[in-house]
Design a binder for this molecule. Structure first.
Ligand code: HGY
Ligand code: MN
Ligand code: MN
Length: 415
C-alpha cells in the first residue's frame, strides 16, 4: 500500500514543462505575452490538451472555453477533486503566473500514473479562461461564470479595446466548448500559484498556506473636456481632460496611502484622445483598481474615490462617467482544505506560513461553489506581472509536492 506521506512529484519534469510552455509567447526579456484567446493562447491550450491526453486524461471544454482534464478514479460518479489555474498572461507577463498552477495539476496526474496510484474520486485539472482581465475585463470572468457569479451571456459579450468579444474569439480559436459552465459538484478545489509578492522569499518559506483572498473593485472612467489648440488657448480657458485624469491618478494614490499599510490602489490604463502633441486632450479613458482584505475599508475607499472624482470634475468643469465593472468581497478559504495544505507542507518538511492572497485568483470564485484553498510558493524578489518574473526549481517542486498531498487528502485512495 503506497503511503501518501512519502509520495513526491517529479520536480524536473514539472520545471521542464514550464520552460516548454514558456516558449509560447516568449518575449526578449525572458517573459511571456500570451493574451487571452489570442493565437498564442490557443497554442498553449493545444499543448496542454495534448499533454493531458498523453497522460490518459479525458478532456472537456465548456461554453466559456474553460478546459477540464480528468483522470478517472475508482468511482467516477463521485464529485471530482479539482485543481488548476490559468494559461493567459499579462502583456509583460512571466513564465509562472497561472501556468505554474495548471502544470502542477498535470504533474500530479503524471505522478499518480507513474505510481500506479488509484484514487477513489476522479481528479480534474482546470484551465480557466481570461483570468488576467487584461485583454477582456473583468478578471476571472470564466471561473466567475462557473461559480454562478455572472451569466454566460455576460461573459461571452465582454469585448476588448478593438471591439472583439470573448464569444467571437472563443469560436475563432476553436475553444467554444459544448459543456455547460458550472452547475456541477466539485468535492474540493486547490490552486497552486506564485505569491507575486515578497513575503515568502523574505522569510525563506517555500510554502504559503493561503487562508483567503483580499477583496477588489475595478472602475472604468471616461473623462470629457474640450479639445483645443495647444497654442492660442489661454491656460485659464482650458478644459483639459488629461490634466483632470492626472489629478485622479494623484487621488487614487492618496486613497491607497490613507488606508495603509495593506490597501492597494492603482491606475493601470490611461488612453488620451486625440493623443496629438499640439492638441489639448478632450477625452481620457482610464482604469482604477483598489484592493483591501476588509470589505468595510474597501467600501470606504470606494466612497473616497467617488467623492474625490466628483470634486475634481466640478472644480475643472469636466464631465466624467465612472463605472464600477468588477467587485468581489474578501473571501475566506475553507478550513479543512487549508488544513490539508498545512499538513502536506509539514509532512513534506517545508517551512511554511499562513498568508492572504493579494492578487485575485480563480480560487477566489471557486470558493463560492467548493471547499477551496491555495498553495503559494515564493517568486524571485516578489516580482510578477513583469517579464523578469522568476522562481527557483526547489520552490516549484515544493508547490507540486504539497499539491499532490493536498489533492490525495481529498481524493481518497484505493490502491
Ligand atoms: O488582478 C489580479 O490580481 C490577477 O492577476 N488577475
Ligand atoms: Mn495568476
Ligand atoms: Mn496575473
Amino acid at each position: 500500500m503506497l503511503d501518501k506521506k512519502n509520495l513526491r512529484v517529479d520536480g524536473k519534469r514539472l520545471w521542464d514543462s514550464l520552460m516548454e510552455m514558456g516558449k509560447i509567447g516568449a518575449t526578449e526579456k525572458g517573459g511571456c505575452c500570451r493574451l487571452a484567446l489570442t493565437d498564442l493562447d490557443k497554442q498553449a491550450r493545444d499543448l496542454f490538451v495534448s499533454w493531458c491526453k498523453d497522460a490518459g486524461c479525458t478532456v472537456k471544454v465548456d461554453k466559456m472555453g474553460n478546459i477540464f482534464a480528468r483522470r478517472a478514479g475508482r468511482d467516477n460518479d463521485l464529485a471530482p477533486v479539482m485543481t488548476g489555474s490559468h494559461l493567459d498572461t499579462q502583456p509583460t507577463g512571466g513564465r509562472f503566473d497561472g501556468v505554474f498552477g495548471v502544470l502542477s495539476g498535470l504533474e500530479v496526474i503524471r505522478s499518480l500514473n507513474d505510481l500506479g496510484y488509484q484514487t477513489e474520486r476522479p481528479v480534474e485539472v482546470a484551465v480557466w479562461t481570461n483570468e488576467e482581465g487584461s485583454r477582456f475585463a473583468p478578471a476571472m470572468v470564466a471561473s466567475g461564470i462557473f461559480a454562478g457569479v455572472y451569466e454566460l451571456e455576460y461573459g461571452l459579450s465582454r469585448a476588448d479595446r478593438d471591439g472583439k468579444t470573448m464569444g467571437e474569439e472563443l469560436a475563432r480559436i476553436g475553444y467554444a466548448g459544448e459543456e455547460d459552465v458550472g452547475g456541477r459538484d466539485i468535492h474540493a478545489f486547490f490552486e497552486v500559484h506564485i505569491e507575486q509578492g515578497p513575503i515568502l522569499e523574505a522569510e525563506d518559506k517555500p510554502i504559503g498556506i493561503v487562508t483567503g483572498g483580499q477583496g477588489q473593485r475595478w472602475y472604468e472612467l471616461n473623462i470629457t473636456g474640450v479639445e483645443s489648440h495647444a497654442g492660442p488657448t489661454p491656460m485659464d480657458r482650458r478644459k483639459d481632460a488629461l490634466l483632470g485624469a492626472s489629478r485622479v491618478v494623484e487621488l487614487v494614490n492618496r486613497v491607497g496611502l490613507d488606508n495603509a499599510p495593506v490597501a492597494c490602489a492603482t491606475v493601470g490604463m490611461i488612453e488620451s484622445y486625440p493623443n496629438s502633441r499640439n492638441v489639448i486632450p478632450g477625452k481620457v479613458f482610464m482604469t482604477i483598481d483598489i484592493r483591501h482584505p476588509d470589505d468595510d475599508t474597501l467600501s470606504g475607499m470606494d466612497q473616497a474615490l467617488r467623492g474625490g472624482v466628483d470634486k475634481i470634475m466640478t472644480d475643472m468643469g469636466l464631465e466624467c462617467e465612472m463605472e464600477q465593472i468588477f467587485y468581489y468581497a474578501p473571501v475566506p478559504f475553507e478550513e479543512s482544505c487549508i488544513e490539508a495544505v498545512r499538513e502536506a507542507a509539514k509532512d513534506c518538511g517545508y517551512p511554511s506560513r499562513e498568508i492572504v492572497a493579494g492578487a485575485g485568483h480563480d480560487a477566489c470564485y471557486m470558493a463560492e461553489v467548493a471547499p477551496t484553498a491555495m498553495i503559494f510558493t515564493p517568486c524571485v524578489d516578489g516580482i510578477s506581472h513583469n517579464e523578469v518574473e522568476d522562481a527557483k526549481p526547489e520552490w516549484i517542486t515544493a508547490g507540486g509536492n504539497v499539491l499532490l498531498r493536498a489533492v490525495l487528502d481529498k481524493a481518497g485512495h484505493v490502491a
